[in-house]
Structures are given as C-alpha cells and as structure tokens.
Design a protein around this ligand. Structure first.
Ligand code: HEM
Length: 714
C-alpha cells in the first residue's frame, strides 16, 4: 500500500474534517430525521427491553452481581465524558465510542462487551434508536433499575458512521502518556483529558503517583473543561462510584491482548482478550485496579460516601499491580459479595481519585454535606448526570421525547418564547432600506452579522445569531468583535428597531437578532448589485432576543474566537501550536462547512472588505465592498510575487514589473493560493466564467451560516 499524501507531507494542511461535513448524511440518506424517528418509539417499551438486557447475564461475559447496570453507567459516562467546553467537541452525540480511537482507548477497555450486550436492543429498533441515544439511555435505565431516580432523558442524537476527524485528542504518540501540561501544570487547549487514552484523569493519581491532593487539582482542572463545577464534579464521582466495581484480577501487561483496533480479525471487533483464568467474571482485568467501593454495588445509597468518609484509607498496589487504597481497618468496613460468587467476600477499596474528594478541603465540604443530606446528594447527582449526558445537545428544541423535564437549564442557553409576529417580506424590504440609509458602512453591517452568527459551533450546537447575545456580555466586549465599533452598529439597530416596533400595532415586531442578520443581507445585496448581480439573500425571520439573566456569561467565554481567519483576525494565533490556516479549517469545521463553502466565504468576506480593524490584509481588490471575484483573480495572478513581510504573520505581494508592494495578506489568505486543493477551488471562482457562480455560492453559504442555529425552523 502506498503512503497517503498526509503521510508523505504531514505538514500539508489537512482538509479531512471539512470533507466529513460534505458527506454528513450517512447510510439513511439526507432526508432521514433522527429526531422524528426517536419520537416514533414507545420509550417505555425500549426501556423495558434495555432493563431485560441488563438483568440477563450472558455466559460470554457474565454480569457482576447478576446486573450489567454499573458497566452500562461506565459506558454512558465514558461516551458523554469526552465532551469539552473548549471547542464543544467530544460527547455522546454521534455514538463515536463505536469507532477508533475511542473504541480502543485503554480507558474504554471492555466497553466493547457493553455495546455488544445492547446489540439485540439496537437490532430490534434499528434506525429509530441511534447508538448515540441508546448508549446514554442504557446508563439512565441502569440507574433506575438500581433504585435511583434520574432527572430525565432527551433523545434525538444522530449517529455518525465514522470517527470524528476534527477532534484533537492530544499530542502524544503513545497511549497512556501525557505531554500536555505546561510548567504551571496547566492542561493544553482544547484538551479535556489529562492523559492520552483516558476519559479524564488517571485513577491511580497524576502520572501514576498515589497523591490525592495533586489528583484533586487535576480533577478540578479537567472536570471544569467538561463544564462541571466542584459540586457537580463531586456528585458525579461519588454518585457514579456508588455502583459497581473495578477490575484488576491480575496484571494487565501480562495477560491482556490487543484492543479492538489491533485485535485479530477472528475476534470480530472485540478486544482485550485475557488469558488470566477464565478471562471474565471474577478473573476480569479491565483497569488493573481491583475491588468494589461498597457492600451494595447494585443499589443506590450513601454507602460509597460512608466508606470514604467514615474510614481511613492507605495506598497499596493491588493484585493488578496498580495503586489503589485499602481500609486501614479492613474489619470495620462491610465486605461486599464477590461479583460472581455470592458466598465469597471482597473488601471494598478506593481509587486515588476517590480519596482526593476527601483530602481536598473544598471537595470534602461538599461530600460531607452530601453524606449528611442524602436528598441533596441525590438531587445534585441527578442534575449533574443529566447535564453530563445532554451537554452537547444544544438548545431545548433539540431535546425530544416523553422524559424531557419541564425545567429548562441555564446551560441550554435558553431563549424566550416569541410573543410577536415576525416581519414579512414587505417589512423586511423596508427595514433593509432603512439600514442601508443609515450611517453604517457595508463592512460594519457584514461584520456584525458575521460576528453574531459565527459563534455557532456544530460540535455542541451552541452560539449563533438567534438571541442576539452579541449585545450581551461577554460577546460585546470580545476583542475580535471590535467593541467600540460594534456599539455604534448596535445603537443604530436599536434605533431602527424601536422606531419600527413603535410604528406597528398589528403584533408585528422585529428582534435585534433578526435585524442584525437582515443588515448583513442588505449589505451583501448592495455589494452584489455593484458588481452587476441582482441577488436576494434569503431571510428567515423569527429570531428572538435573549435575556442577560438567562445567559451564563462565564460559559460563553469558551465561545470566544481567539483567531478568526474569516475576518483576517490573527488574535492569539501565535500562542497556538497550530498554524493560522489550521485554525481557519478548525473554525470552518465548527461552522459545518465544506472546503468549497469555506473558500467562497473567505473570498466574499475579503472582497466585501469585512476584515478585523478594517485591515487591508487579504482585501485584494480596488473596490472593497463590491461582491466580485477579485480576491481569487489577484491571488492567483502570476503578476505578483509573494514574500514574508516585516510585520509578523504578514506577507507582501510585489508587482514583478514595478517591484512595488501591491497587496498584503496573511496565511489565512495565501493558503488559497498555495494549497493544491484550495487553489483548485480558487481557480473555479477566478476564471472568467466563475464570478457568477462565486456570487451565488457565497450567498448560499452566507445564508447557511446565518441559519445554522435555527433549530426552530426544522
Ligand atoms: C475522576 C474521575 C473518575 C475516575 C478516575 C474513574 C475511574 C474508574 C475506574 C478505573 C473504574 C474501573 C474500571 C474497571 O476496571 O472495570 C471505574 C468504574 C466505574 N466508574 Fe468511574 N471514574 C471516574 C468518574 C466516574 C463518573 C463521573 C462516573 C459516573 C457518573 C463513573 C462511574 C463508574 C462506574 C459505574 C464504574 C463501575 C463499572 C463496573 O462495575 O463495571 N466514574 N471508574
């Protein structure tokens, strides 16, 4: 097999993640609607089938204590727990735990069995029940079946049919290594986990050291990337480890075979075959740590907290050779039955990460409060678990099914109900005229609409133009949004809005969110007209304006673009270990764009002159504000020779005849001339017959970006 381009030239800009956006549809086709399919299910029947599967032990992987519940909770947690706020990637959506690398991560050992145990349920419901939904639902059913009252469940997650190429899982070349901390022990962005191949932290303690205090700081750092505060974190760990046991009957190094992606073909996608004893049951080796946390591992109660807080624990290396903690006075702790021999007994243990909850003063206060107030523990765990498994689903409209709680959570970035009639075509046309007649430039209008809509991230469906959160903190103060200029634009819009809404007595009104998009559209139509194209940018009214009290300012900080290649804003690109063009592709992926769409958008925004600080970089035209193909024509023109300029990150385009600098640009621009595929696309638009297509493509993708968050239209 010959090497791929990426293997020959590892530094070549990789567009694979954008190619994935181009073939999103999957085997059920474009018209298939996972949400509708989920809603057609009888959820009670599905849940009862899952519970049957959980309580029917199979000889090929017998259930601990006769109940697969704890194994399923671990699977659901590992599915959802890859989510990180930094870029919204990871998480339960997509059901990507079925694919490498996740299916073969050391932390996901033996979860291949958990998914196989659920296959009969998946097979019965087929396309109506996605794996993504089934994996987390199995976690909920498991808890309910073991006496816990869950807060709710929402379905509608879509399945992916290949691994998500866009997720940066870390720089290491080997599993279970860590090369992601700076001198201050800070975890590199955008990572959530502290070790390659683990969901969050090393259970033995940081870098394999049984050091509970250090472990606590790692837990705090990494769980905060999962959007969890101290209370939620403590509730999740304590709640989760109320159930089940850890498996390390002997040394994994000696007995356990390769993970699924490396296993022989006859293993049929299963991995971690063990030659220790029977390789299963009480001989199971998973993490290499061994023992239950309490004497009632298939029951919801406070016995985990009681064991943790009422007894002293000391480190030891268990039968698997890993660090774990045993009670100093083993006789004082109630023994658990052996998982596959009810006559036998096993002394409970703790992980370093469990002991961390006791040694860290802030966590300790919380777990003590939980112990003395079990209802608070239940409520905190129920809500944190609900958040964990739904955090990447986006706004409330996407939460489907009969078990969605009445209560909307602030982390869903809720919007108020619309209590007015959105504007029709005629009013929209009138408003566009008023906007164009105002003192605001085309650039200001386009940039404001872009700033508003382009916060959207398809990874966790947050951000976007709806809600006009651009007028709220923190967005209105983001450097990339040029706050002073933004304020003047918002003031203009507020005046136009007030005048329009006051003049209407028929219940029609325009939201600021709609007006911001409409302004961008108006500017683009005018710019296209100047280039000789009569276009109407589609407009879908009906957005509403969010309220500050329903906006979790802190959680929106994660959406701030450190760089934005679309506006030619380099920002903190220097601090990144990725090139500006890689950061552009990353952002394009979060906007769910294909390589073609990214190309049209950048070309259009440049010729419109919609750049950060109105810089000339990349504005390869004599007529900024006209929607033509000048960006591509001049970028590809051999009349110009490009060289690195004196200013950091800036390149200069010389006229070969006169030797004069005619253009300046950044890597965000030059990549469209230097990269083979992006150049091929740029040629399409730069050709004499390419301009009309460019204008049409730009308008189409602009409209797409403006409506990325309009789940209310579906
Ligand atoms: C600091 C974070 C955590 C660490 C380091 C950790 C580590 C581990 C380890 C090493 C195991 C044993 C796997 C095996 O050998 O079978 C385990 C099991 C388990 N974990 Fe966690 N865990 C963490 C958080 C959580 C959370 C947040 C939940 C759920 C809310 C959870 C639920 C479970 C359950 C139910 C099991 C038992 C699985 C079984 O019985 O087969 N864990 N965990």
């Amino acid at each position: 097999m010959s090497k791929s381009n990426q293997e020959w030239w590892p530094n070549r800009l990789n567009l694979a993640m954008l190619d994935q956006n181009a073939r999103d549809a999957g085997p059920y086709g474009e018209d298939f609607d996972y949400g509708e399919a989920f809603e057609s299910l009888d959820l009670d029947e599905v849940k009862s089938d899952i519970e049957d599967a959980l309580t029917s032990s199979q000889d090929w992987w017998p259930a601990d204590y006769g109940h697969y519940g704890p194994l399923m909770i671990r699977m659901a947690w590992h599915s959802a727990g890859t989510y990180r706020t930094t870029d919204g990637r990871g998480g339960a959506a997509g059901g990507t735990q079925r694919f490498a690398p996740l299916d073969s991560w050391p932390d996901n050992a033996n979860l291949d069995k958990a998914r196989r145990l659920l296959w009969p349920v998946k097979q019965k419901y087929g396309r109506n029940l996605s794996w993504a939904d089934l994996i987390v639902l199995a976690g909920n059913v498991a808890m309910e079946s073991m006496g816990f009252d869950t807060f709710g469940f929402a379905g509608g997650r879509e399945d992916e049919f290949e691994a998500d190429e866009s997720v940066d899982w870390g720089p290491e070349q080997e599993m279970e290594s860590w090369d992601r901390f700076d001198e201050e022990d800070m975890l590199a962005n955008p990572l959530g986990a502290t070790v390659m191949g683990l969901i969050y932290v090393n259970p033995e303690g940081p870098e394999g050291e049984p050091d509970p205090e250090w472990s606590a700081s790692r837990i705090r750092e990494s769980f905060s990337r999962m959007a969890m505060n101290d209370k939620e974190t403590a509730a999740l760990i304590a709640g989760g480890h109320t159930f089940g046991k850890v498996h390390g009957a002997d040394d994994p190094e000696e007995h356990v075979g390769p993970e699924p992606a490396a296993a022989p073909i006859e293993d049929m996608g299963l991995g971690w075959e063990s030659d220790f004893g029977s390789g299963m049951g009480d001989d199971t080796i998973t993490s290499g740590i061994e023992g239950p946390w309490n004497s009632t591992p298939t029951m919801w109660d406070t016995s985990y907290l009681d064991n943790l807080l009422n007894h002293e624990w000391e480190p030891e290396q268990g039968p698997g050779g890993a660090w774990q903690w045993r009670p100093v006075d083993a006789d004082a702790v109630d023994a658990a039955p052996k998982a596959h021999d009810p006559e036998g007994e096993q002394t409970p243990m703790m992980l370093t990460t469990d002991v961390a909850l006791k040694r860290d003063p802030d966590y300790r206060e919380i777990v003590e409060e939980f112990q003395s107030n079990p209802m608070e523990f239940l409520d905190a765990f129920a809500k944190a678990w609900y958040k964990l498994i739904h955090r990447d689903m986006g706004p409330p409209e996407r939460f489907l099914g009969p078990e969605v709680p009445e209560e909307t959570m602030i982390w869903q970035d809720p919007l108020p109900d619309r209590d007015f009639q959105p504007v029709g075509d005629e009013a929209a046309a009138q408003l566009k005229e008023e906007i164009l007649d105002s003192d605001r430039s085309r650039q200001q209008l386009v940039k404001t609409a872009w700033a508003s809509a382009s916060t959207y991230r398809d990874s966790d469906k947050r951000g976007g133009a709806n809600g006009a959160r651009i007028r709220l903190e923190p967005q209105r103060s983001w450097e990339v949004n040029e706050p002073a200029e933004l304020e003047t634009v918002l003031e203009t819009y507020e005046d136009i809005q007030a005048e329009f809404n006051d003049s209407r007595s028929d219940g029609t009104a325009v939201s600021l969110a709609d007006l911001i998009v409409l302004g961008g559209n108006a500017a683009i139509e005018a710019a296209a007209a100047d280039a000789g194209y009569d276009v109407t940018v589609p407009f879908e009214p009906g957005r509403v304006d969010a309220e500050a009290e329903w906006t979790d300012e802190e959680s929106f900080e994660a959406l701030e673009p450190g760089t934005d290649g679309f506006r030619n804003y380099l920002g903190d690109a220097d601090d990144s270990d990725r090139t500006p063009e890689e950061l552009l592709v990353d952002r394009a992926d979060l906007l769910d764009l294909t390589p073609e769409e990214m190309t049209a958008l950048v070309g259009g925004l440049r010729t419109l002159g919609a750049t950060y600080g109105d810089t000339d970089h990349g504005v390869f035209t004599d007529e900024p504000g006209t929607l033509d193909n000048d960006f591509f024509v001049n970028l590809l023109d051999m009349r110009y020779e490009w060289e690195e300029g004196d200013e950091d990150g800036v390149y200069e385009g010389y006229d070969r005849d006169t030797g004069e600098v005619v253009w300046t640009g950044t890597r965000f621009d030059l990549i469209f001339g230097s990269h083979d595929r992006l150049r091929a696309l740029s040629e399409v638009y730069a050709a004499e017959d390419g301009e009309q297509q460019f204008v049409e493509d730009f308008v189409e993708v602009w409209h797409e970006v403006m409506t990325l968050d309009r789940f209310d239209l579906e």
